[in-house]
Design a protein around this ligand. Structure first.
Ligand code: FES
Ligand code: FES
Length: 158
């Protein structure tokens, strides 16, 4: 039995503790907003938060999240300043990488609410986009950072 907090709810699962968190989220909990890209920790499509930090769920065994806080794109609730900025800047193309992009950006703003362009480039360098949305991603992060009353995701702040 592995127990952890997921988007503010306590969950307990009878799943092999070596199962990658990504498959637990998608197959056991039906949270399909987190995407499978490479499965090797190389593309960032599967990014979620563990205790507020961005991690790659494809290469994180379930055992590692026991007793800790996991936040997925569903946990942002749709009203996070980054999600508004994503719409404002019309960021997605095919959309496949975008939940991972937003989760990496949310972890960045939680620790650095006013990042400069270089900080954004570094923080987002592990999130690949085959559609080349990098410039729009950067502009959306700068817009979200400019929101005066920006707060971390509710689930990450708890
Ligand atoms: S699917 Fe996890 S980093 Fe690519
Ligand atoms: S929007 Fe298509 S892969 Fe990023």
């Amino acid at each position: 039995m592995v127990a952890f907090s997921l988007n503010g709810r306590e969950v307990e699962l009878e799943v092999d503790p070596e199962t990658p968190l990504l498959w637990v989220l998608r197959d056991h909990l039906q949270l399909t907003g987190t995407r499978f890209g490479c499965g090797m920790g190389l593309c960032g499509a599967c990014t979620v938060h563990l205790d507020g930090a961005a991690i790659r769920s494809c290469s994180t065994p379930l055992s590692m999240v026991a007793g800790r806080r996991v936040t997925t794109i569903e946990g942002l609730g749709g009203s996070h300043p980054l999600q508004h900025a994503w719409v404002e800047h019309n960021v997605p193309q095919c959309g496949y990488c975008q939940s991972g992009q937003i989760m990496s950006a949310a972890a960045l703003l939680a620790t650095n609410p006013q990042p400069d362009e270089e900080s954004i480039r570094q923080a987002m360098s592990g999130n690949l986009c085959r559609c080349g949305t990098y410039h729009k991603v950067q502009q959306a992060i700068l817009s979200a950072a400019a929101v005066a009353h920006w707060q971390p995701a509710a689930e990450d702040a708890s």
